[in-house]
Write a protein that binds this ligand. Structure first.
Ligand code: PEP
Length: 252
């Protein structure tokens, strides 16, 4: 059976009360959806994580963190460790979102340390990758994606790859100024990603869910997810109202 993955990153947008209300609504609205066929996940901000985990039944909605330090403890002011996230009982840890890479200057090797640590601590690790507008213009997108995957997943053992998801989010397609990739473009890049995963991890690599993200909306969700090699959608703005996310989920 083909399972689809539908997730959203709430970025720095909702307070505790707003997250609780959002998750209560989303869980109610999507309660009839067969979770064997679809996994739904939400990544709210750090300060809301405890309330978020409390608000949902994790069989219906998985909760994840938007970032994590690779170290368990130490002199890392402002960071949150895997032990702290473990204590909160979150399921997913994301690394490498374009805003972490391009606003906060994170590198591929730092994303690798986060992914390695997330897996070592029993989380599902969501590695985000994606080329910038400039890289696309210079026609090096495929090399960039391969590099981000090869470094981001460096030293990850084959046995652990089943706990990895990839979010392919072309940087030029994200946010208010972004324009969605065409379904064909997304399929082409997902094919490169699947091919690289196969090269790195053999058949297990081809089973890693690869989600497309970047200006997904009601008008393009179904078309994008119908493409070969696309296992799910990672949604921003169009998912931040529970009713809208529910409508989008049902449109695919
Ligand atoms: C994102 O920032 O990860 C994202 C996919 O945002 P949007 O859907 O709003 O482009």
């Amino acid at each position: 059976m083909v399972k689809l993955y539908l997730g959203t990153n709430l970025k720095m947008y909702k307070t505790i009360s707003a997250v609780k209300a959002y998750l209560n609504d989303l869980q109610k609205l999507t309660s009839d959806i067969d979770r064997e066929k679809m996994e739904i996940f939400v990544l709210p901000s750090y300060t809301t994580l405890a309330a978020a985990v409390d608000a949902v039944d994790k069989r219906y909605i998985k909760i994840g963190a938007q970032n994590m330090c690779w170290e368990e403890t130490g002199q890392f002011t402002g960071e949150i460790s895997p032990l702290m996230l473990k204590e909160l009982n979150v399921d997913i840890v994301m690394a490498g979102h374009s805003e972490r890479r391009h606003v906060f200057g994170e590198t591929d090797s730092e994303e690798n340390k986060k992914i390695f640590s997330a897996l070592a601590h029993g989380f599902t690790a969501l590695l985000c990758i994606g080329e910038t507008k400039e890289e696309k213009q210079y026609n090096v997108s495929d090399e960039v994606l391969r590099r981000q995957l090869k470094i981001g997943l460096y030293n990850i053992e084959k046995k652990d790859i089943k706990n990895v998801m990839i979010g392919y989010e072309p940087v030029w397609s994200i946010g208010i100024d972004g324009e969605p990739a065409s379904a064909e473009y997304a399929r082409e890049k997902h094919a490169i990603i699947k091919d690289t995963l196969k090269e790195l991890f053999g058949d297990e690599g081809t089973r890693v869910p690869v989600l497309y993200g970047g200006s997904v909306n009601m008008d393009n969700a179904r078309q994008i997810i119908s493409e070969k090699y696309i296992d799910g959608l990672y949604v921003g703005r169009s998912a931040w109202k529970a009713e809208k996310f529910n409508e989008l989920i049902r449109s695919v």
